[in-house]
Each structure stands twice: as structure tokens, then as C-alpha cells.
Design a protein. Structure first.
Lengths: 150, 738
């Protein structure tokens, strides 16, 4: 890495100033900064495991470059305490767990925007987050359970 | 048990720890399907600043081994080298580099000069068998061959009133674990080789690498952190050998990870198969003869070829033990395509796809309800089959009697749940299929466990068993907790570190709950005995009069008198007659009790587009006693999801030169949340006398049902039979237009 580009952004509520490489992906920057919950599954924006929230929107962190988040607000699993975490566990939706941080971020972004999603909304939001262990039904139920609780 | 660390995204996976100094390893892969390397020059790559090591066949051990992580002696052929002067598929290893950054490693790969002499190729499994086919390995193109049977099959067919036959083909497919293969190797402070890897088989990795690298076993430590899914493709040495060699060559920590594209062509796949099934029956639907012939394509190397081959036959043939005569002929052949290996279902998926579609054909021909036909012919409690002994895993098996079988109830309850008879009458597309698996490998798989009591009455459970994301650590803790009368929270499970945990063959063959679970149960019972000894001293009561409950030892019939495990822990370590309360036990099973399942699919077929939609899926499963219902349900749903995906979408496609065309997730469709139908999971509990608390396996069995259940439902819906998955709109339309 040839760092040398300085950016400033808010990571999980704290201002961070850091040197980045202009070609560095946000995924790699976040993992370098210790956010290991941001997972590398495909590096092509297809699996959803690296989903983070940038200025309120769910973003595949493998698809954007680190300099693009200059001045923005980024949330990763490490900074998020959300009821979906409990309901995923209650529904048995966590097996290997590799896809789970991405799913939590996707669900948080969905519910922040639309607190009363329909089943179709939930499926639509989750369809970009691949999971090979569970079969998705438990995850959909977990989202419904959060909606019901609130 | 460990779910909270996962939902918080804690750093528990292989790649989640930082190293101060870490080299990055990359592999140069063959652009050709079959070629001899005539010239290789690495000097420019080696001269590139930042490059620390370059490996080719010229400077690595030329030991032949199998990458299949199986028990010793492995049934799979020793046909693979770390690096060879011959490449056998597009993506085969040519050379490897370790460099300071991934970018430098990539650049170094591009500086390696290779000249090849192209060799004639074979991609088709049937062609591979012909005399004129080019030889991929010196020994020929047959990686495994088996022919077994009982009673004269010819006569049984002659005596049959009805004979049906069909051949079902299944394509290449990949496991797609969300975490690709990843390995980090380094030397510890004593110069021992440490392999931190996403593997299902840490002890086999250690044993096989010891042989390949020429290092004694005690100089190698394999650590398995949390795994992001495996499904069989991590029952294999895919990176560990190269990564270890790069560390030994440089003395430095080296990290290697497959890209998603590499995961498709360079890890492992399901064995593509052609399964021909011929059935003879009397008019009443009693099977007289089953003739089954299987051709597996094992790709360039024979990892798991014999064992998958045998299971392709053994599972469906055990299921229909009523047949008077049986013949099974199977071959697994090499081709110049990616390497097949272990994949959830392990041959049973292929075998049952053939058997269960042809059973549906037979029911149709007999004018019989498919349920009725199954009930008449399927194995039941107290029964056996010669196949148990004839077809083991790549060798002879062991005779056994089925001691628990809820199949009849699975069929009945599943049929009710999907409203079978009404829907069949109304012509709504419903189809069904049975599935079966084993629970570990009889007389081969061994699991061991050690349990140690702490000062405060909590426990450390050490297991070689390898939780690959199935929750098996939790299951094993539950089993220990049940025996010791404590809650699961009082047990900490430390698993899969070859330096510290006892041996276990690993997480495959649906073995962990059954095999490792039995080991944990035995160890816990031994430790319970020791605890009762101390309690007996403390309470001045005979051991027989004591029992464990809620973290205490009570006197039977006088529950006012008790002593806490904490007091027992403190006393045994510090106060009187001091000793470490600790027990170890091993378990190897003389049998592999099959779980059973009945699958029901309801489909809608758009006759204008050929699009098949699964509207509803019901699966009724007998996995013995269900130890952890949410985890068991998770295994069932995950297997059904993967099975439906393979039935409808998943297929690796190659061009005429053996190059994979859809090796990424935008082109290879994996089932998503939006595609999942409603699935009802019904557990039909039975009590398996040999299982821990009555349990059998549940991890693999359900992936075997969706292909035949959906194929049969499509037939029921639109009257055409499909003999090749996935059932894409194109294939369905073609069948509809006849």
C-alpha cells in the first residue's frame, strides 16, 4: 500500500483521520482499522457479507474506494447495537455467522428507513445478502419479530 | 452458545487477527486443461523487490498424496503433488509466490515464464473410459471402480411384471461457503509450524502435511478458528500445503486466501454424475430387482472418488432393502475439469436423484400412489440390508440392523402437511421423495473428548470435533451438561486445536453429534464418577446414593443434603486428597445408523416460459432424538435451501476448452431470500439406542430430497419428466415441447 491520501470520516460515532491508498477499498480500510466484523466474501458486491452503512444507506464496502467516504459517516457491526441481533439468535438464524454482520447492517438500514416492512420488503432487502447455512426463513422471521416488538 | 460473538462480529475467524509481519501467497494457475510444463523460469519473479519465495515443481517435495481429508489409510488415490510438471485442468497449480503485498505477489506471478506442451484433453466422463481417450494419470482414467450385488439380477428382472428405467444426470456445482478457503501459517517461538486454517479436518491436515513436508507430527500444530461454512469443500487440503511450504521457505507468516473465482474452480465441487436406475417389480409394487449404474466425473484428481462412489450406491440401495436382487456398478473417472470432492450429501444426493425419480416412474407405471410404493419397499426398524456390508466407504462396510426408523410416520405426516391426496387429485403439482444418510463412518470415524473440572465447579470441554458453523460445539456442551447436571453456560468448549484437544477425525460424514457426541457423553460419565467420589467423601454417603443436579451433588431421597460443584472443585484442587478431576474418552461406532426423511414439494410450472416455482416444501425428518431443535431445524432448512438451489439454478458451465464460464456469484446463481418457498419442517422423533441420548445425524440428509421431489412434482404438474438438473426454464420448455 502506498498511503499518502488523508481522509477524515466518522466511524461508529468517532471521528477518524487516517491515511489511505487511493486504490484501497473501504472493506480493506475498515478491516485495517480493526473492524473485523466486515467480512470478505467475494469482493464483487455479490454476497453482501461486507455490508456497512454509509450516511444511512447500506453499502457493499468492497465496491467503493476508501477516499469516497471522506467526510461521511460510516457504521459497521462493531458500532451497532440493534434488536435484530437478539432476534436472529432467538430464531436460530445464526449458524456459521459469517454472513451475519452484513445481514444485521442490511436489516438496520431497512428498518431505519421503513420501520414496518412487508414480507416482500424484507425479502427484497435480504436478497443481496447470501447465506449458505440457514435457508433464510429464520432471518426473515427474525426481522418480523423485531418489527412486532417495536 | 457462541451466537452472541457472531452477531457482534467479533474477530473469531481465520483472517480476523493481525500479524505484525505477514507475507501474502498467490498461486499461478494453468490456462490450459492438460499440458506438460516444458520450461519454467522464475528468475524475474524472484528478482522483483518484495518477493520472498517462489515455488515450482522443481523446488517442492515430489510426494504423491491425496488432498482428501480422510482417516488413515485414505481410500482416495494418491494422485496429487503440491506442484507437478504436468497440469490437468484450467486452474491447476503451476507455481506459487510469497511477497510483501498481494499486489507484488500478483505481479510476480505475471513475471513467471512458462512454456507448455499441450496434451490431448478429455472433458466427457464417458469418453474418458474409452480406449482412445488420453490418459490423465499414468494409472489410467478410472479413479475408482466397484461392482457389487446380491442374488441373480437377470432372473429377478425376468420374474418382474413391470420394468422401468431412467438415467438422471447431475452437473458440476460448488459449495459456495460464504468464507472462501483461507489459511495463515507461521513458525512459533520454538520454530514449529503453525497452520491456522478454515478446515473441517485439522487432524488429517496435520497427518497428511507431516507426510508431504517430511516433518514429524509433533512439529506441526493445526488450529481451526470459527469457520464460515464448509459443506465438504473444507474437508480437503486446498491451501495448507503451499502456504506451509512458503512459511518454511521464508521463515515468515504467510496468508493465502482463495478469491471467490478460485473458490469455484480451484477448491472442490460436487461430483457430476450419471445415475442409471432400472427397477423390476411385481404388479403389487413389490420391488424384485434394482440395477444401478453410476458414472461419476471426479475431475482432474480423485479426491473422495471411491467413497462418494460407494455412497452413491449404498444410500438408495439400503433404503429399498426389500428388493430381492440388487446390482450396483460404479465408476469414477478422471477428466480435465475441476476437482470434485466431498459435498454435503456425498453421493447420496446423486444416487437418490436417480432412484427417487425412477421410483416415481414405477409408481406411475403401476398406477400406484408413490407413497404406497415407498411404504411397501422402504427399510424399517429391525431390518437390515446386505448393502451395509457390501458397500462401505470406498471399501467393505459393516453389517448392521436399523434400530430406529420413523420413515413411515415421516411419509404420513409429511403427506398430511402438504395435503397430498387432495392435491394429487386436483392436479396441483406435488411430488415426493425419500432421503437417507448415515451417522458417521462405522468402525472408522473416531472422536475423543476431555473434560476438566475447574476450581469453581465449571468445566472445560476439549474436543477435536470441528464445528464448521453447524453449532456442534453447542450440541457437545449440551451433551456434557446433561450428564453433569449443569447448565450449558457452565461449560466452555475448546475445539479443534491439534496441540491441545484430543483427536477427532473431523466434521464430515454427518458424524459430530453421533460420534463426537458419544465421546463427550462417555467422558462426562467418567468425570461424573470422579465427582461423585469426592462428594461421597464430603457427604460421607455411598456413591450410589448420590446424583448430580443444578450444579450440586444431592443425596437421593434426602435432597436437603448436598454439596456444590464449587466446593468439590476447590476441595479436589486445594484441600484434601488433591487431584485434577478430569476424564477422557474415545468413541468409535460399530454402526452408522441412518436418519430418514420424506420430502414433499408443491410446484407451479409456467408452461409458456418453462419457469418452475416451488410454492411449498414439506420435509419430515427422523434424526433420532432432536438434541437442539433450533440448530437441527437450521441444518434441515439450510440443506433444503441448497438442494432447491441445485434443483433449480446451480450449475457450473464450461467452454469447449475446459474453462469455467460462470465462476462468480453474478453468473452462478445461489438461492436467495427472495427465492425461498415456505418450508415446513416436521421432526419425527425416534430413539436411536446407539446415539447420544437417542440422537442420529441431521446435517446432510435433507439436501438429497429436493431434486427428485421437485422433478416428480413437475411431472405431476405438467406431465413431463426431467432427467437433468437444474430444472431451468430452458430445459423445462424443451421437455414440454418434446
Amino acid at each position: 500500500m502506498i498511503y499518502g491520501m488523508r481522509i477524515s470520516f466518522i466511524l461508529n460515532g468517532e471521528r477518524r483521520e487516517t491515511e489511505v491508498d487511493p486504490g484501497e477499498k473501504l472493506l480493506d480500510l475498515l478491516r485495517r482499522l480493526g473492524c473485523k466484523g466486515v467480512k470478505t466474501g467475494c469482493r464483487k458486491g455479490e454476497c453482501g457479507s461486507c455490508t456497512v452503512i454509509v450516511d444511512g444507506k447500506p453499502v457493499r464496502s468492497c465496491l467503493i474506494f476508501a477516499p469516497q467516504i471522506d467526510g461521511k459517516e460510516v457504521w459497521t457491526i462493531e458500532g451497532v447495537d440493534h434488536p435484530i441481533k437478539d432476534t436472529l439468535l432467538e430464531e436460530g438464524a445464526v449458524q456459521c455467522g459469517f454472513c451475519i454482520p452484513g445481514i444485521v447492517m442490511t436489516v438496520k438500514a431497512l428498518l431505519d428507513e421503513n420501520p414496518a416492512p412487508t414480507d416482500e420488503d424484507i425479502k427484497d432487502a435480504l436478497k443481496g445478502n447470501l447465506c449458505r447455512c440457514t435457508g433464510y426463513i429464520q432471518q426473515i422471521e427474525a426481522v418480523k419479530r423485531v418489527v412486532k416488538k417495536s | 452458545m457462541d451466537g452472541d460473538v457472531l452477531v457482534d462480529g467479533r474477530p473469531v475467524f481465520t483472517d480476523d487477527i493481525d500479524f505484525l509481519e505477514l507475507l501474502h501467497g498467490k498461486i499461478l494457475r494453468s490456462p490450459l486443461p492438460h499440458a506438460k510444463i516444458t520450461y519454467i523460469d522464475t528468475s524475474e519473479a524472484e528478482a522483483l523487490p518484495g518477493v520472498k519465495a517462489v515455488l515450482t515443481y522443481k523446488n517442492v517435495p515430489q510426494v504423491k498424496f491425496t488432498t482428501a481429508g480422510q482417516g488413515y489409510p485414505e481410500p482416495s488415490p494418491y494422485d496429487t503433488k503440491v506442484l507437478d510438471d504436468k497440469v490437468r485442468f484450467v486452474g491447476d497449480r503451476v507455481a506459487a509466490v510469497a511477497a510483501e503485498t498481494e499486489e507484488i505477489a500478483e505481479e510476480a506471478l505475471s513475471l513467471i515464464k512458462v512454456e507448455y506442451e499441450e496434451l490431448p484433453v478429455v472433458f466427457d466422463a464417458e469418453y474418458a473410459l474409452s480406449e482412445s481417450a488420453p490418459k490423465i494419470h499414468e494409472e489410467g482414467n478410472v479413479a475408482s471402480f466397484v461392482e457389487k450385488g446380491y442374488v441373480d439380477i437377470g432372473r429377478a428382472f425376468e420374474e418382474s411384471d413391470v420394468i422401468v428405467e431412467g438415467t438422471f444426470s447431475l452437473p458440476y456445482a460448488q459449495h459456495v461457503p460464504l468464507e472462501p478457503h483461507i489459511t495463515i501459517t507461521y513458525l512459533d517461538e520454538y520454530g514449529r509450524l503453525v497452520i491456522r486454517s478454515s478446515t473441517q479436518v485439522p487432524f488429517h491436515v496435520r497427518r497428511i502435511l507431516s507426510m508431504v513436508l517430511g516433518l514429524p507430527v509433533h512439529k506441526i500444530r493445526v488450529i481451526k478458528p470459527r469457520i464460515g461454512g464448509g459443506f465438504g469443500c473444507k474437508q480437503e487440503i486446498v491451501l495448507e500445503d503451499i502456504c506451509a511450504l512458503l512459511t518454511l521457505r521464508t521463515g515468515k507468516a504467510v496468508r493465502m486466501e482463495l478469491t471467490r473465482e478460485e473458490e469455484f474452480f480451484a477448491s472442490r465441487t460436487r461430483h457430476p454424475a450419471k445415475v442409471r436406475v432400472k427397477l423390476g417389480a411385481d404388479r403389487g409394487g413389490r420391488l424384485k430387482a434394482i440395477d444401478m449404474e453410476v458414472l461419476l466425473n471426479t475431475g482432474a484428481y480423485g479426491a473422495h472418488a471411491p467413497t462418494v462412489l460407494y455412497c452413491t450406491g449404498s444410500r438408495p440401495l439400503v433404503l429399498y432393502n426389500k428388493a430381492e436382487a440388487v446390482r450396483f456398478k460404479g465408476r469414477a473417472v478422471y477428466t480435465n475439469l475441476p476437482v470434485a470432492g466431498a459435498y454435503r450429501g456425498y453421493g447420496a444426493t446423486q444416487g437418490l436423484a436417480g432412484m427417487e425419480t425412477v421410483m416415481d416412474l414405477l409408481a406411475d407405471k403401476l398406477g400406484m400412489d408413490p407413497l404406497e410404493l415407498r411404504l411397501k419397499n422402504a427399510i424399517g426398524k429391525g431390518e437390515t440390508s446386505p448393502i451395509f456390508e457390501e458397500l462401505g466407504e470406498g471399501r467393505k462396510g459393516v453389517p448392521q440392523v436399523v434400530e430406529s426408523c420413523g420413515l413411515e410416520e415421516c411419509i404420513r405426516r409429511g403427506a398430511q402437511a402438504i395435503d397430498w391426496w387432495k392435491k394429487r387429485e386436483r392436479g396441483i403439482g406435488v411430488g415426493m421423495a425419500l432421503s437417507i444418510q448415515g451417522s458417521g463412518i462405522a468402525m472408522i470415524d473416531m472422536g475423543a473428548a476431555t473434560i476438566r473440572m475447574n476450581d469453581d465447579g465449571t468445566f472445560m470441554l476439549y474436543v477435536g470435533a470441528t464445528d464448521l458453523g453447524t453449532g456442534s460445539d453447542t450440541i457437545l456442551a449440551q451433551i456434557a451438561a446433561e450428564v453433569l447436571g449443569v447448565s450449558v453456560e457452565d461449560i466452555y468448549v475448546y475445539s479443534s486445536d491439534t496441540d491441545f484437544t484430543p483427536f477427532d477425525t473431523g466434521a464430515y460424514a454427518s458424524s459430530t453429534t453421533y460420534v463426537s457426541g458419544n465421546a463427550v457423553k462417555k467422558a462426562a460419565e467418567k468425570l461424573r464418577d470422579q465427582i461423585l467420589d469426592v462428594a461421597s467423601e464430603m457427604l460421607c454417603v455411598e456413591k450410589d446414593a448420590l446424583f448430580l443436579k443444578d450444579g450440586k451433588v444431592f443425596v437421593k431421597g434426602d435432597e436437603e443434603r448436598s454439596v456444590s460443584l464449587k466446593d468439590i472443585g476447590l476441595r479436589s484442587l486445594y484441600v484434601r486428597n488433591q487431584r485434577q478431576l478430569e476424564a477422557s474418552a474415545s468413541f468409535v461406532s460399530p454402526v452408522s445408523p441412518p436418519p430418514f426423511a420424506a420430502h414433499f414439494a408443491e410446484v407451479e410450472v409456467d408452461e409458456s416460459t418453462g419457469f418452475v416455482k416451488v410454492l411449498r416444501y414439506v420435509v419430515a425428518v427422523d434424526c433420532g432424538k432432536v438434541i437442539n431443535p433450533p440448530l437441527a431445524k437450521g441444518q434441515v432448512l439450510g440443506a433444503i435451501a441448497n438442494g432447491i438451489g441445485y434443483a433449480l439454478f446451480e450449475e457450473m458451465k464450461f467452454n469447449g476448452k475446459g474453462k469455467l464460464l460462470n465462476g462468480d456469484l453474478s453468473l452462478y446463481k445461489v438461492i436467495t431470500a427472495a427465492d425461498m418457498p415456505l418450508v415446513d419442517v416436521i421432526f419425527v422423533e425416534t430413539d436411536e439406542p446407539t446415539g447420544p441420548f437417542g440422537a442420529k445425524s441431521v446435517a446432510e440428509i435433507c439436501i438429497n430430497g429436493p431434486i427428485p421431489a421437485i422433478a416428480n412434482a413437475i411431472y405431476n404438474a405438467v406431465g413431463v419428466r426431467l432427467w437433468e438438473n437444474p430444472f431451468t426454464p430452458e430445459r423445462v420448455l424443451k421437455a414440454l415441447r418434446g
